[in-house]
Design a protein around this ligand. Structure first.
Ligand SMILES: CC(C)c1onc(-c2c(Cl)cccc2Cl)c1COc1ccc(-c2ccc3c(C(=O)O)c[nH]c3c2)cc1
Length: 229
């Protein structure tokens, strides 16, 4: 049963998740006419930059994050940025996006200079997230759990991160039982998505390399968080 303090904790995470979203004027830029590879790449770069800013603000609201060692805070943000963005954009694909956005976003990603071999794993992931029909609390918690992953590169005090991630996993387990009573495996399926997310990191690193080889430019924030250029 979810305790009172677990419910309060959940409300803090959910409130932060809802407060920090890509601004509607940025998101609706996806609907503008131009569809050249360069135009698509520029738009996606703007979306990713805005998404990273949103993720940083969300992360600062995760209870305990700001009390971690500062270098570990950076290591967690850099280590989870791609996975959290995949998660966030996947959720946008499957739930909140007005239907027009979904096709447009998919179209722009498919035509932004990303090579074919990354499309399949990427859109398989988007599909597998969509099929889970996560409720908002599950989406918010799964994103926070992804960010609070102790074994990211360069994290010094992994125990401190574990102490923050474990309570969130416990709440998520209870939420899954509450919202998906007919699916005892649902919690395990969610954790399976986190494993799938890690494989996408590898594909994403390859995507960045192939974009850079074609002289595509990123914003300073993306260069910093993704260690490019
Ligand atoms: C630098 C660029 C080219 C890049 O590099 N790798 C990736 C990339 C890709 Cl191509 C896929 C997954 C992860 C990454 Cl980082 C990207 C593009 O990243 C994106 C794309 C799209 C959103 C995105 C769109 C709409 C919504 C939305 C709504 O409309 O309501 C709510 N939240 C949304 C988020 C975020 C980030």
């Amino acid at each position: 049963e979810i305790t009172k303090e677990q419910q309060d904790f959940m409300n803090v995470i959910l409130d932060a998740y809802n407060r920090h979203q890509i601004p509607p004027d940025v998101a609706k830029k996806l609907l503008q006419e131009q569809y050249s590879a360069e135009e698509n790449f520029l738009l996606l770069t703007e979306m990713a930059t805005s998404q990273v800013q949103v993720l940083v603000e969300f992360t600062k609201n995760i209870p305990g994050f700001l009390s971690l060692d500062h270098e570990d805070q950076i290591a967690l943000l850099k280590g989870s940025a791609v996975e959290a963005t995949f998660l966030r954009s996947a959720q946008a694909f499957s739930t909140k996006m007005p239907s027009g956005h979904t096709e447009v976003l998919e179209e722009r990603i498919r035509k932004s200079g990303i090579s074919e071999e990354f499309m399949t794993p990427m859109f398989n992931f988007y599909k597998s997230i969509g099929e889970l029909h996560m409720v908002q609390e599950e989406q918010a918690l799964l994103t926070a759990i992804t960010i609070m992953t102790p074994d990211r590169p360069y994290v010094k005090d992994q125990q401190a991160v574990e102490r923050l991630q474990e309570p969130m996993l416990d709440i998520l387990r209870k939420l899954c039982a509450l919202h998906h009573p007919g699916e005892p495996q649902y919690f395990a399926r969610l954790l399976g998505r986190l494993t799938e997310l890690r494989t996408l990191n590898h594909y994403h690193a390859e995507m960045l390399t192939s974009w850079r080889m074609n002289d595509y430019k990123f914003t300073p924030l993306l260069c910093e968080i993704w260690d490019v250029q």
